[in-house]
Design a protein around this ligand. Structure first.
Ligand code: ADP
Length: 352
């Protein structure tokens, strides 16, 4: 029973200079400091020549769980799926489900008599969960002919893994796997970020790497990737629950150019975004996608809009990491939150 909308303030961070293009990044958030902070990171990146981002992998996953009466039978299906000839046949069946779904791999894991099959496929500009589920359904129906004793327990068996922290996504990737890097000059670190390169490198090592290791982090080797991911997800009509795996991120910092400048990178293996389907069609969310120039289906290269959006998410996370880490290194975190989060101004005003 839809009853209306909950309003969330939207601010713009930018320009984000990424792969030689400029983007105004919409962020929906109630956290006043966040847009201002990301904006400061964008400014530092811009003044240093911008960032470069690469999509390493693009595949949405779904992993049904099936049960046999013996572990031996479950193993037989695993070996069947791992035979390249069988894979080719199943890919044909899978791909019939959509013009855009293309099966890439099936990764198996066994627990006793139970088999988990992680299907991965490209999904064009859609985030792809519906698409991959339809393909999986077709394959399961076909497998039932060769394996009539296969009992399909569930179309999703959590080996996917959707909206839960899981090492499989961190290691194998889900959605778009993206790396983004920038070199921030020593002068910009000093003047815009109000700190020093050695202080940032040391803080990154102790906080984002050692501290997260001590905490037993899973994909959480960053300062606040989830802040930026959630804000962009809400603004652009993504599924906010997928923030869990989409925020997996390792932030690396290193002094380069004879120790003068800062090399910073964020590596994010499971950014799950789409520019068609789901909440992307709603009016405000469409406007935000339009602002980035990625709304809808790319006619020329299906998938290029959603991949571009994933790189923008990573670039914005890099900006966010730069700014928050600098605030912490300079001991300004509490002060800036008192100033902005207790302000009566709205976030868009703060961002400017
Ligand atoms: P999801 O799979 O992300 O849940 P939908 O179920 O809404 O999203 O699927 C996307 C729909 O949009 C499909 O019906 C698909 O055929 C259509 N579509 C049109 N153009 C594209 C495109 N470039 N990439 C992906 N899907 C597209």
């Amino acid at each position: 029973m839809p009853v209306g909308y909950v309003q969330i303030p939207v601010g713009i961070a930018g320009p984000l200079l990424l792969n030689a293009c400029e983007y105004s990044v919409p962020m929906a958030t109630t956290e006043g400091c966040l847009v201002a902070s990301t904006n400061r990171g964008c400014k530092a990146m811009y003044a240093s020549g911008g960032a470069t981002s690469v999509v390493l992998k693009d595949g949405m996953t779904r992993a049904p769980v099936v049960r046999f009466s013996t572990a031996k039978r479950a193993s037989e299906l695993k070996f069947f799926l791992e035979d390249p000839l069988n894979f080719d046949t199943l890919a044909l069946i899978f791909n019939e489900s959509s013009r855009f779904a293309r099966l890439q791999s099936i990764q198996c894991s066994i627990a006793g008599k139970n088999l988990f099959m992680r299907f991965s496929c490209s999904t064009g500009d859609a985030m792809g969960m519906n698409m991959v589920s339809k393909g999986v359904q077709n394959v399961l129906e076909s497998l039932q002919i060769d394996f009539p004793d296969m009992d399909v327990i569930g179309i999703s068996g959590n080996f996917c893994s959707d909206k839960k922290p899981a090492a499989i996504n961190w290691i194998e990737g889900r959605g778009k796997s993206v790396v983004c890097e920038a070199i921030i000059t020593e002068e910009v670190v000093r003047k815009v970020l109000k700190t020093t390169v050695p202080a940032l490198v040391e803080l990154n090592m102790l906080k984002n790497l050692a501290g997260s290791a001590v905490a037993g982090a899973l994909g959480g080797f960053n300062a606040h990737a989830a802040n930026i991911v959630s804000a962009i997800f809400i603004a652009t009509g993504q599924d906010p629950a997928q923030n869990i795996e989409s925020s997996h991120c390792i932030t690396m910092m290193e002094a380069v150019n004879d120790g003068k400048d800062l090399h910073i990178s964020v590596t994010m293996p499971s950014i799950e975004v789409g520019t068609v389907g789901g909440g992307t069609q709603l009016a405000s969310q469409s406007a935000c996608l339009n602002l980035l120039g990625v709304k809808g289906a790319s006619k020329e290269y299906p998938g290029s809009n959603s991949r571009l959006l994933a790189t923008i998410v990573a670039g914005s996370v890099l900006a966010g990491e730069l700014s928050l880490m600098s605030a912490i290194a300079a001991g300004q975190l509490v002060k800036s939150h008192m100033k902005y989060n207790r302000s009566s101004k709205d976030v868009s005003k703060i961002a400017s």
